[in-house]
Design a binder for this molecule. Structure first.
Ligand SMILES: [Zn+2]
Length: 275
């Protein structure tokens, strides 16, 4: 799928293919200058936005595939953030914690049932209550399986209901996580900082925070988390956009978000959108 970007040298606007890493080393088709584009977004956000785009375009079945994947990646986001928070509280270095986490995730990565089990245990340990939403009904599992595995062609309203349920659930998880979400954001920032050091000094870096259906907190509210890795001055960062409050945690929030941000999401994935 393609996303719009603007050359920081000549302001020429053009489309480029979105890369899974979020890191794009580009050459402007107008001035031929090089620059690096970093997208500050998490995979579950991108997947949910793609589902929204498909839904708005009338591709109900494709939307379900993306929404379902977004939920799985959101559970992973919670698990990683919560465990990194715990490691930090115990005084472990972030790099060591990430390495241990990656080694453990390898054991779960190919089996979503294992991931659900790990998530349930981590949620219970952190929140002190059972993840009562983790039922087949709460996850919309029957509907999802009917669509994905049995070729059922859903009506748009059914997909709207499914998406609204997942949206409320995912917002609830982000609300439960609070500032712990910043742990995963730090991980991404560290990856981006490492990529920056590999760039030639005269290549400017552009960081973009794409509009999306979710509003993951990206600034520390209370805790004393370390700041993101500093960006060398030679790469000239534009100002960091502050985050805004997350939407209400109920099914109506999906419709509100759709009205408020659906058009932006639709426009964002211009050109050949991922379907
Ligand atoms: Zn240019």
């Amino acid at each position: 799928m393609n996303i719009p970007t603007t050359c920081p040298r000549c302001q020429h606007a053009f489309q480029t293919e979105y890369l899974d890493s979020g890191i794009h080393e580009l050459t402007c088709p107008s001035c031929l200058g090089r620059f690096a584009l970093f997208i500050r977004k998490h995979r579950f956000e991108t997947l949910f936005d793609l589902g929204t785009r498909a839904l708005l375009d009338g591709y109900a079945r494709e939307a379900v595939v993306n929404f379902a994947a977004a939920l799985e990646r959101c559970l992973e986001f919670y698990l990683r953030s919560a465990l990194l928070e715990r490691f930090a509280a115990q005084g472990h270095a972030l790099e060591d914690a990430e390495a241990q986490l990656d080694a453990t995730w390898k054991l779960l990565v190919s089996q979503s049932e294992r991931q659900l089990g790990a998530f349930a245990a981590v949620y219970l340990a952190r929140e002190g209550r059972a993840p009562d939403f983790l039922t087949p009904q709460g996850l919309g599992a029957e509907f999802r399986n009917r669509v994905i595995h049995r070729g059922y062609l859903p009506r748009e309203q059914e997909v709207q209901d499914y998406a609204a349920g997942l949206f409320a659930l995912m917002n609830r998880l982000l609300g439960d996580l609070g500032d712990a979400a910043l742990q995963s954001i730090l991980t991404q920032e560290r990856e981006y900082a490492a990529a920056l050091t590999r760039l030639d000094e005269d290549v400017p870096a552009v960081f973009e925070e794409h509009p999306g259906m979710f509003r993951v907190p990206r600034t520390v509210s209370e805790q004393n988390l370390p700041p993101p890795a500093p960006v060398p001055a030679s790469h000239q960062l534009p100002a960091h956009t502050p985050s805004t409050p997350r939407p209400l945690n109920d099914a109506a929030a999906f419709q509100a978000a759709l009205r408020e941000r659906g058009t932006l999401v639709s426009e964002l994935f211009g050109g050949k959108a991922g379907r």
